[in-house]
Design a protein around this ligand. Structure first.
Ligand SMILES: [Zn+2]
Length: 104
């Protein structure tokens, strides 16, 4: 489930090229800053969202998790940049198991 707040502020973004990833990072960052999303942590082999959101670039794997502050919907920002196979900023059904906490 999701609410009107996160539906408005966090659209689904398909990531195919680096420009899409940039757009997805900016979308997630501004949603966190506006209080819509809460940053929850990163996935395996990923970089902390702090370093990605600061504009210092990203590694081979982008995997960061968020929840909506009002409805609790989980979001996953993920991309596989090394092979360029892409990724997405998308809703996921439940909390992932491999999540690692890092501060943002
Ligand atoms: Zn919501």
């Amino acid at each position: 489930m999701s609410c009107s707040q996160c539906q408005n502020e966090v659209p689904f973004i398909k990531i195919k090229v680096p420009q899409n990833l940039k757009e997805a990072i900016i979308t997630a960052k501004s949603a966190v800053e506006s209080g819509c999303l809460v940053y929850r942590g990163m996935g395996n082999f990923a970089d902390p969202f702090k370093s990605i959101a600061s504009g210092s670039g990203w590694g081979d794997f982008v995997s960061n998790y968020f929840t909506c502050a009002s409805c609790g919907q989980w979001f996953h920002l993920h991309a596989e940049t090394y092979h360029g196979s892409g990724g997405a900023l998308e809703r996921i059904p439940s909390q992932p198991q491999n999540i690692q906490n890092d501060a943002y």
